[in-house]
Ligand binder design. Structure first.
Ligand code: IVH
Length: 685
């Protein structure tokens, strides 16, 4: 223990009282460490909370007066400290692996067959442990003192979360050497997780503070551990269990069971629900027992981990890609519970997609209260024949939102009716339609309250109307303050309204007004793209802008006419016709036009362009164009451009670095041009 020697030597010439203070600090640190161990690891406290707090306060006082005497393993560090600017990366000296999965008993049996075959053994012992549903971490101890800790990250490099880990009450800051000597360098791996009670309390606090609640205890643990301010981590009551070695110097045991014993001897918290199993049948029995028992645990487990007990066998089996061949995760089936559906309500997402959601009689499902479950879409409702008032089976599999699995038909109330997604939007009363070939219903109204922010953000975005300075925050402010309720309202904004917004400088307001004004002369394709019609992206917008030349002409097009357009399929065609049938949408288009947004392309002139009827593909690095400008140029000359080569392609324009497209062009007999040749064609040279 060189560190203590160093402190003593340095203090040799100090006045006595400082040495006494140090001795007291050491004494208090040791006493608190021991009490902590008894409380958090052995579950057998020997002092009252008040006595513990008194010791802690005394230590804190001494450390405040003599910060230079604070020990590396001081328990006062558990309260957290000043926020970090960001996490540093830490590389694991041995990669942290993942586990392959066994989905059922049969797959566990095959694992055993393979292991015994590889080892040429008739029998071997396994250790089965719960698979804790939290975050994998690695802890490093030098001379028994906790010096660093990191997240698993990608398995090779994780984030340095030492300060946060220090706040975990069950994590030993100094290892015990009473039962077993401490290796000079020791890495151990384990899981940080959150108990159900703490999870529910945390979520209540989040809601009180109008913050988003966590979806499950694992997310809550992850969110709490990856805090830049370790004081927040300290307030979250995270748990930790250790279960695997990293690199350990001067240490040898023969089995995983012995390793678990060593962890306990050193004072690490170890999950007690492990069992030594001499056969795979025992493993399966234990797995099934834990699966049944999981509801009674105070924390989430998502399966079991079965490990070959003998370490020499583990070494012989080795590693395959990124998981050991000597261990396997046995997954639990999704947790199911029975409850009743109080009502079914349509919920509108930011894209206008409508999802039917079942409001449930609240039920405990794997540690969390579930009051809502998704019914996905109308087809799912029909297939499962789920109705309001039904008694249903709900399930939560891992992370996903709970879902209704099936209705229990003999419990169905007499007067029940099938459920249909309404034809009016619950958020705006707009038309709800379901297009052929699509699973979801959509609200068609482009001014729908539930969609409006998302739609406006899209409208002003770079690849649409490109209104500079009109960011997500501004959209949010304007909608929340009722200054805009549709894309057309953007053009009714005045300088005063903008300048009066919180945190808006007059100059920025002026710039934004200027940007709004210039967007009025945007190309037609930008306006079409900006409308956010389903399945009408940038490319299709250009295609139809070039064909129809104005919004009015596009609005009058029939499904057949649209479908006859190169690259426009039946779904896009029907979506467009539906869009232009909607009276709310027509009103918005009318307003846009009144504000001066009515771009028109002279279609007759354009169709006479030199590239009329020709299709181009660009590849490789071009000197004078980027893909976009080249495409716009071709289109302005009446041609079309595509991303990939087909029989319909007339020219491939290839710059340096062009790859497989050249081969394909040769195969299909497509003419290949250099950039210079292309520039000659367009008259640029
Ligand atoms: S052993 C080489 N034991 O599961 C095997 N992992 O899918 C290293 N996990 O990243 C892991 N409980 O975060 C092991 N009792 C347990 C576990 C456990 C949970 C996690 C761990 C690992 C992941 C692998």
């Amino acid at each position: 223990m060189g560190r203590f020697f160093f402190i003593h030597r340095r203090l040799h010439f100090q006045p006595m009282d400082l040495q006494q203070t140090l001795a007291r600090i050491r004494e208090l640190t040791d006493a608190l460490t021991e009490h902590n161990h008894r409380y958090y690891i052995l579950d057998d406290p020997s002092v009252s909370d008040a006595a513990y707090d008194a010791l802690l306060r005394e230590l804190q006082d001494l450390e405040t007066k003599h910060p230079e005497l604070k020990l590396a393993d001081s328990p006062t560090q558990r309260v957290g400290s000043q926020p970090l600017a960001g996490f540093e990366q830490l590389t694991h000296s041995i990669p942290m692996l993942s586990l392959s999965n066994a989905m059922d008993d049969e797959e566990l049996t095959s694992f055993d067959v393979r292991v015994r075959k590889d080892l040429e053994l008739d029998q071997l012992d396994y250790v089965v442990e719960p698979k804790l549903d939290g975050l994998g971490v690695e802890l490093v101890y030098v001379d028994g003192v906790f010096t660093a800790g990191s997240t698993r990250g990608d398995g090779f490099t994780g984030e340095n979360i030492t300060k946060n880990l220090r706040t975990l009450k069950a994590l030993p800051l100094r290892l015990r050497d009473k039962e077993r000597p401490i290796p000079p360098y020791l890495e151990v791996r384990g899981e940080v997780f959150m108990g159900h009670a703490d999870f529910e309390q945390l979520n209540e606090r989040q809601l009180d503070q109008e913050k988003q609640p966590f979806a499950n205890p694992r997310n809550a643990a992850a969110g709490s551990l990856r805090q830049l301010d370790s004081r927040i981590t300290a307030s979250r009551n995270l748990l930790i269990n250790l279960y695997a070695p990293g690199q350990i110097d001067n240490f040898a045991v023969e089995s995983h069971m012995e390793f678990i014993q060593a962890l306990k001897d050193w004072g690490f918290p170890v999950n007690d629900l492990y069992e030594l199993c001499p056969t795979i049948q025992n493993v399966i029995q234990f797995h099934n027992k834990l699966e049944q028992n999981r509801e009674n645990l105070e924390y989430d487990i998502d399966g079991t981990v079965t490990k070959v007990n003998r370490l020499d066998y583990q070494n012989r089996l080795g590693i395959r890609s990124r998981s050991p061949r000597w261990a396997i995760a046995g997954k639990f089936k999704a947790r199911q519970e029975i409850t009743t559906i109080l009502s079914i309500v349509p919920s509108v997402g930011r894209t206008g997609a409508i999802t039917p959601v079942a409001n449930l009689e609240p039920v405990h499902l794997g540690g969390v209260m579930v009051a809502r479950a998704t019914l996905h879409n109308q087809d799912e409702i029909d297939r499962k024949d789920v109705r309001e008032g039904d008694t249903v089976v709900v399930q939560r599999a891992g992370d996903v939102i709970p879902e209704v699995v099936k209705a229990i038909l003999d419990k169905r109330p007499a007067k029940s009716q099938p459920y249909f997604i309404p034809d009016r939007c619950p958020a705006c009363d707009g038309h709800v339609v379901r297009l052929e070939g699509e699973a979801k219903h959509y609200c068609q109204n482009i001014s729908c309250a539930a969609q409006i922010k998302g739609r406006i953000e899209h409208f002003v975005a770079k690849r649409c109307l490109d209104i500079d300075g009109f960011g997500t925050k501004l959209v949010s402010q304007l909608v929340d303050e009722n200054l805009i309720g549709s894309i057309a309202d953007i053009y009714a904004l005045n300088l005063e309204q903008l300048a009066n917004l919180e945190r808006m400088a007059e100059k920025s307001a002026l710039n934004i007004m200027g940007a709004i004004d210039s967007s009025k002369s945007a190309d037609l394709w930008r306006l079409i793209h900006g409308l956010g019609i389903r399945n009408v992206g940038e490319h299709i917008s250009k295609v139809i802008a070039n064909k129809y030349g104005s919004l009015q002409a596009l609005g009058e097009a029939t499904v057949e006419d649209l479908e006859a357009t190169h690259e426009v399929g039946p779904i896009v065609a029907r979506g467009l016709v539906e869009f232009f049938k909607d009276s709310d949408n027509l009103e918005i288009l009318g307003k846009l036009s009144q504000h001066g947004l009515n771009p028109i392309i002279d279609v007759s002139a354009r169709s006479e362009g030199i590239f009329s009827g020709l299709s181009f593909v660009f590849t490789g690095k071009l000197e004078h164009f980027n893909r976009d400008s080249a495409r716009v140029l071709v289109e302005s000359l009446g041609g079309a451009s595509a991303n990939s080569i087909s029989k319909k392609t007339d020219y491939l324009v290839a710059g340096p670095g062009a790859g497989s497209k050249i081969e394909k062009a040769n195969k299909l007999g497509v003419k290949i041009l250099t950039e210079d040749e292309f520039r000659t064609m367009v008259g640029a040279e």
